[in-house]
Design a protein around this ligand. Structure first.
Ligand SMILES: NC(=O)c1ccc[n+]([C@@H]2O[C@H](COP(=O)([O-])OP(=O)(O)OC[C@H]3O[C@@H](n4cnc5c(N)ncnc54)[C@H](OP(=O)(O)O)[C@@H]3O)[C@@H](O)[C@H]2O)c1
Length: 339
């Protein structure tokens, strides 16, 4: 075979590989490392059995679905959030549909903002199950309001719940994991921990803070390879997050149903979260297009990302001011409604 032909074949092969990668990326709903782990990595069904998992924010949305999927894996579950009756409902459904018995699920009401209660709550879990293998820091609140209309107390509340609440609970649980030389700290962050959008300044700040803080912790735990930290960054996922968003005042939540048509199914997001946990991935992005593309742009081409985000951000503010869901109209063009 001549050199010229060989070079042509090589170029053609490279082009083909690029086209395949591009097509894969267009269909992707997670970063490529995560999707590789889903294909070739350890499976949650093998890795996450016989473990004690503590999930905060388990009364709704992502945390609730996580409880259901974990209950099918046969783990022991601790369900925390503020609303005890909602946690009881989740427990009942776990028992109906999962592989657990009543004694395998502890309902433990907890307010992330009430940091003084975290030590006692940790003791209760240890007394009940004797160990904590995985702490899923999932509880959180979002925000929908412009800076000029927002009381500073709202920013304080977002930092208290999303950031300090998470740091505080981790601080209570980590010594136990270090002592056992094993454990997983999971942070349910957000793509808004990487990128920023208008109307959610306080939420973005709290999530950016989590990313910075827990990246540091990952490094500080280098001496304990069995204790891992995973930062999970979902894009829009079907849940009550927008409805429960804080607005300009701490006492006022948005209350209106969000348009969920452009969002990822909660079950798919949670399945990818379990893949992340099973494979101890340090950071994962879980989002459908075009949100995933935005994360890649922010990471690798920030100048383009700024240009695009400014354009979309303007539309977001317009939507919000005219009383429709901030993200509704422009993403309908991209993605048809879920069934
Ligand atoms: N859905 C999305 O599009 C999306 C995207 C990226 C990241 N996330 C993140 O995913 C996590 C879960 O949100 P979600 O989408 O499932 O929203 P959700 O349906 O509103 O659930 C939020 C959960 O957090 C709990 N929570 C709120 N404040 C709390 C507090 N002070 N103390 C303890 N628990 C508290 C809520 O329970 P109680 O009200 O009973 O306390 C609820 O269980 C959040 O951290 C959110 O930032 C969501």
């Amino acid at each position: 075979m001549s050199w010229e032909l060989l070079l042509w074949l090589l170029a053609l092969g490279t082009l083909l590989a690029l086209v395949v990668q591009l097509l894969r990326f267009l269909r992707a709903d997670g970063d490529l490392t995560l999707l590789w782990a889903e294909w070739q990595g350890r499976r949650p069904e093998w890795e996450l059995t016989d473990v004690v998992v503590w999930v905060t924010g388990a009364s709704s949305g992502i945390g609730e679905e996580l409880a259901y999927q974990l209950s099918k894996l046969g783990v022991s579950l601790v369900l925390s959030a503020r609303r005890a009756h909602e946690l009881d409902r989740v427990k009942r459904r776990c028992l109906e549909n999962g592989n657990l018995k009543g004694k395998d699920i502890l309902v433990l009401p907890l307010d992330l903002a009430d940091r003084n209660s975290h030590e006692e709550a940790t003791k209760t879990v240890l007394q009940e199950f004797g160990k904590i293998d995985i702490l899923v820091n999932n509880g959180g609140v979002s925000q929908r309001s412009l800076f000029m209309d927002t009381n500073v107390d709202v920013y304080k509340e977002l930092i208290e719940i999303n950031y300090l609440g998470t740091v505080s609970l981790t601080k209570c649980v980590l010594p136990h994991m270090i002592e056992r030389k094993q454990g997983k700290i999971i942070i349910v962050n957000s793509l808004l921990g990487i990128i920023s959008v208008p109307l959610s300044g306080g939420y973005c700040a709290s999530k950016h803070a989590l990313r910075g803080f827990f990246s540091t912790l990952q490094m500080e735990l280098d001496a304990y390879p069995g204790v891992t930290v995973s930062n999970i960054c979902p894009g829009p996922v079907i849940s009550n997050i927008v409805k429960n968003s804080l607005t300009g005042e701490v006492t006022k939540i948005l209350g209106s149903e969000a348009d969920q048509s452009h969002k990822m199914a909660t079950s798919r997001c949670v399945r990818l979260m379990l893949i992340c946990m099973a494979n101890d991935l340090k950071e994962v992005w879980i989002a459908e297009q075009p949100f995933l593309l935005m994360a890649y742009l922010w990471q690798y081409m920030p100048t383009w990302a700024w240009w695009l985000t400014n354009k979309l951000g303007k539309k977001r503010i317009e939507n919000f001011k005219s009383g429709v869901d901030a993200d509704s109209s422009y993403f309908k063009i991209w993605k048809p409604k879920h069934d």
